[in-house]
Design a protein around this ligand. Sequence first.
Ligand code: GLU
Length: 278
Amino acid sequence: MTFTTRFAPSPTGHLHIGHAFSAWTAWQAASEKGGRFILRLEDIDTTRCKPEFDQVIFDDLIWLGLDWELPVRRQSEHFDDYARVLERLIEKGVVYRCFKTRAEILEDIARAPHGAGEVYRGPAEPMGADEEAERVAQGESYAWRLSLDRCREVLGERFGAMRFLDEIKGEQAADPDPLGDVILARKDVGTSYHIAVVHDDALQGMTHIIRGEDLFELTPLHVLLQTLLDLPTPVYRHHRLLTDAKGQRFAKRNLAATLKSMRESGMSAEEVRAKWGF
Ligand code: GLU
C-alpha cells in the first residue's frame, strides 16, 4: 500500500507556526517514503469557517514549500456522505437522540456516581419511543450521541480488543471509555468532526495519520468508529506541539505567529523552520 498521509486544517483563521510544523511533518514523511500527501479542508462548521481563509492556507503552504494532490477535498461539499455514515450508525443501533440542554447534561454529570468521570455517560433510562417521536414531531433540537454501552453490546469481544499503533508511543489499547457518550451529530449540522474525519481518512486511503498530540485522546473514538464501520485503522503519529516562549500553544488569534504575517514580513520558509527547529 502506498504511504498516504494528510494535513487537514479547518479554515477558521490563518494558519500559525504550529500548523506549519504539523503540515511539514506530514509532507516530509510522505516525501521520504515516496508516498502521497493530501490536503483536506475540514470546513463542516460553516459558521466559523470562511472561504477567504482557503486561499491563504494554499498560499502559506506553497510558501512553506509543500505540494499536494488536486483536487483538494472540502468537507462542506460532502454532507451527504456524512449523513450516510450517521444512517449506518443509526441502523446499527449504536447512537441515540439526546434532547438535553448543555445545563441538563452538566447536572447529570454532577449527579453521576463518584468516579464516573467528567463526561456524559448516557441517560439512566432510554427514552420511550413515543416520547422520542413526539419531541421530534414538535421540532425540538437534539444531538445524536454514540452509546458506549450499545457499542460494547454490538461489538462484543472486539470492543475490548481495539488497538492502534502510535509511531511515537507504540502499541496502544483504544479505550474510548474516558470520553463517555460523545456527540456525533447535531440535528442542524448532521455531522461532526469525528464522523467526517474517519470517513474521509478511509475514503482517501490514509495509511498514516500524522497530527498533533492534542488529538491523541480522541484517537480511541476514531478507532471505535472505524471498527463499527468496518474501516481500516491507519498507523498514527501524534507529534509534539510547538509552544511559544511562555510554553503556551499557538492559537489562531495570536497574529504574530501566523504564517501569513511571517511571509509578509519577508522571512523565508527556511528561516522560519530554523527558528522553530524543524
Ligand atoms: N481539522 C482538525 C484541526 O484543524 C485536524 C484533524 C486531524 O488532523 O485529524 O484541528
